[in-house]
Design a protein around this ligand. Structure first.
Ligand code: 4G3
Length: 240
């Protein structure tokens, strides 16, 4: 997977891209990155990237021309890898495990990080393939959402995770929250690890974990539980 990141703050990515799982994926040649400062695509003396919105709303918007030039240059360079252009915005579709999985199957992604009140709508209409949001809240820029997207997508690329951090064990992998987890010691501040987990009885352990997953999901995320339940009943009824 090739990630091309279009941002006004390329240095924000340094720590994240040179750490842990993403770094290992880079070293293995499974992902690569290129950071593009789209201010380099301005053509005026002051390298202006923002301007006042028409209609008199408060705040500033990213101007269309430098972005259009930057995106065109990226699409051109990556054309052999059929790049999809993704804009990180609170107006986008919420990122889910399933969406991250489908993005992980792309050859290349151009990630567009906006600032201020966003970007000119004509860029969204004519240059962007997908609008994605990390949640119903506003940040000062799309950089942190882009990093979250890169992390979640990279983890799902075959070969990125070792056995010690495998995706099938992840929360939400199968649409349920993870069951409660425990590590040593067996007694901590007078609280014992659930007996079944130290029983060594694998079948009972799996059964307990599944029950806990379901109970936790029902209690904490009834929305996920509803989706899971619907999917299960659909699958069951299609077996006949
Ligand atoms: C567009 C994404 C971009 C419009 C970006 C602000 C939150 C998310 C921005 C806008 C962002 C998110 C930049 N904040 N929830 N800030 O994924 O109003």
């Amino acid at each position: 997977m090739f990630f091309e990141i279009l941002t006004l703050f390329p240095s924000m990515f340094e720590g994240v891209l040179s750490d842990s799982i993403i770094k290992r994926a880079c070293d293995k040649g499974l992902v690569s990155f290129r950071l593009v400062d789209f201010r380099d695509f301005t053509e005026d003396k002051h390298r202006t990237v923002d301007d006042y919105p028409y209609g008199g709303s408060p705040g500033m918007l990213i101007k269309p021309a430098p972005l259009a030039r930057a995106i065109t240059a990226s699409k051109d360079r990556l054309k052999a890898m059929a790049p999809k252009t993704v804009y990180l915005t609170p107006q986008g579709e919420l990122l889910t495990h399933d969406k991250a999985k489908s993005l992980s199957e792309e050859q290349s992604l151009i990630l567009l990080c906006g600032h201020y009140q966003g970007i000119d709508q004509r860029i969204i209409d004519h240059y962007v393939d997908l609008e994605i949001s990390m949640g119903d809240y506003v940040l000062s820029g799309g950089e942190i959402p882009a990093m979250a997207l890169i992390d979640s997508v990279t983890r799902l690329i075959p070969g990125v995770l070792g056995n010690n951090d495998s995706a099938p064990g992840d929360s939400l992998y199968n649409g349920l929250l993870s069951p409660p987890q425990y590590t040593r010691p067996e007694v901590f501040e007078n609280k014992r690890v659930p007996e079944v987990l130290i029983s060594g009885h694998h079948e009972n352990i799996r059964k307990w974990q599944k029950e806990q997953s379901i109970a936790m999901t029902k209690a904490k995320r009834p929305d996920l539980w509803e989706r899971y339940f619907k999917k299960q009943t659909e699958q069951k009824s299609s077996e006949f």
